[in-house]
Design a protein around this ligand. Structure first.
Ligand code: GDP
Length: 301
């Protein structure tokens, strides 16, 4: 479906063989191809602009290594910058592990739009905490908007063998959050996962509710769950949540779909927070630590 960026740049640079360094004109021409690749990967336009500027600055005047073609050289510069903007790799990487450094129960609050995969991701994290981190987790649904949302988390909790807060009909989100904290303390849970309500669109009532929940539960992690297939829309969602609630990270769901991964770059840029996990399927173990290198190569195609 998409032309590979290396091939495209190969064409651009065919005529430049034998030059020692990349001129401004060469780089600008190559950046047109990079721009198309990023837009095809669904990276939001302002993020594409910023990225192109950063890469252009690095590429102009850089010596072309003997072992590579100018096209390969630009692909390398683009790839390195992508990995960097996605959060870095190896020793220089930003921390993407869950922060569990607080007095238990450590509260992890999940936020996002309805249908983004919040409830599923909550259960996935509950399972991960129990199995990989050896933590006693507890989960509570604060979603009183969507009928059966609390029931859905309860069923998932049974599947992943993580306790859920018993449902009390008619209770409001902030009161459920308080009750969940009490219960988690009494049961000596290490971690409490709060699955909050979503909406079809971001609205003031939702933000007010998120703020109120955050203020009573003082979460150590506030994870924004976004559907990677929503591309540009995901950026609007991220912009709305950023600044309203103290986000600490992002989870991108549906990375198993045909998304090119551009939402990852946009999310990282708009929120300024690490993308911590990628959801890779409907099954409850389909969650992976976010890998900037893998996503960078997916974006470049
Ligand atoms: P919520 O409204 O945000 O709580 O969304 P749900 O957790 O109910 O998820 C909505 C749908 O998306 C469900 O059918 C999930 O199984 C599905 N889903 C969630 N995460 C993923 C994912 O990473 N990949 C795929 N393929 N489906 C997912």
């Amino acid at each position: 479906m998409f032309d590979n960026l290396s091939d495209r740049l190969g064409n651009v640079f065919d005529k430049l063989k034998g030059r020692g360094s990349l001129s401004e004109a060469d780089v600008r021409e190559a950046m047109r191809e990079v721009r198309i690749a990023l837009l095809e990967a669904d990276v939001a336009l302002p993020v594409v602009r910023r990225f192109i500027d950063a890469v252009t600055e690095k590429a102009i005047g850089s010596e072309v290594l003997k072992s590579v073609t100018p096209g390969q050289q630009v692909v390398k510069i683009v790839n390195d910058e992508l990995v960097e903007m996605l959060g870095g790799d190896g020793e220089d990487a930003e921390p993407r592990e869950l922060n569990l450094n607080a007095k238990p129960p450590v509260v992890i609050m999940m936020v996002g739009l309805q249908g983004s995969g919040k409830t599923t991701t909550t259960a996935k994290l509950g399972k991960l905490l129990r199995e990989k981190h050896g933590k006693k987790a507890m989960m509570a649904s604060l979603d009183v908007n969507r009928p059966a949302a609390q029931e859905q988390l309860k069923v998932l909790g049974e599947q992943v063998d993580v306790a859920t807060l018993p449902i009390v009909a008619g209770q409001q989100p902030v009161d459920i959050a308080r009750r969940a904290m009490e219960s988690a303390k009494l049961q000596a849970a290490d971690v409490l996962l709060l699955d909050t309500a979503g909406r079809l669109h971001v609205d003031e009532a939702l933000m007010a509710e998120m703020k109120a929940i955050a203020s009573v539960s003082t979460p150590v992690e506030v994870l924004l769950v976004v559907d990677s297939l929503t591309g540009q829309d995901a950026v609007n969602v991220a912009q709305s949540f950023t600044g309203e609630v103290p986000l600490t990270g992002v989870v991108l769901t549906r990375m198993d779909g045909d998304a090119r991964g551009g939402a990852a770059l946009s999310m990282r840029y708009v929120t300024g927070k690490p993308v911590k996990f990628a959801g890779t399927g409907e099954k409850l173990d389909a969650i992976e630590a976010f890998d900037p290198k893998r996503v960078a190569s997916r974006i470049l195609g």
